[in-house]
Design a protein around this ligand. Sequence first.
Ligand SMILES: [Ca+2]
Length: 224
Amino acid sequence: MKLHLLMRASHARPAGNARVTLAVVRSAAYLIAAGIWACPIALAQEEPVATFGTTVVVPGGLLGVIYHLRPSAKSLPDFEGLNPLGVIYTSTLNVTPRDFREGFPGVTNRFEWFAIDYSGRFWIEKPGIYRFELTSDDGSRLYLDDRMVLDNDGVHPPETKLTALTLEGGIHRIRVSYFQGPRFQVALVLRVAGPGEEFRVFSTDEFKPPSDPTTWTYPQITNR
Ligand SMILES: [Ca+2]
């Protein structure tokens, strides 16, 4: 956006003022470079995951831990045996199916063979049957309260899995494990529909407890 605005500004200048235009372009390039350098070192090296979250902490959101995979991986890794390369934050998983190159802004040599293990907590105010829908390219799994409830693992084009389960009121743990194997597409979308509700993208912002704990409807199970 900054580059776009600056380039527009340069066009608005009188024709022939090449020195000013060059300075503007240099400024834009500097801003982009500064943005890249502002990233944590682990991310700046290959920058594979901007679409999947941000390096800015999202309070109460999902924390995604990034890993690289060996080429030819066919399924989600055993994360315990891998070294994390960095973390990102997000309140939603809404990477709709897209060309694998679109998800990775900036110069990178890593479009493939990485995994992100997201985890967080969410609050159910209205207990009942919840449907979850997980779309991914390549593999993914959804865990609720440490139990795998959706298995969408494997190397495959964008594919959607659906489940329905009963959730008690109060705090729950959520984990979504994801990996991108080979090109040519990436996708990761988690959607939810509560009792009598339509599907929409799951957001930790929507499933937060009331800010005053004394008003919580389910204080007895907040130690999950
Ligand atoms: Ca893929």
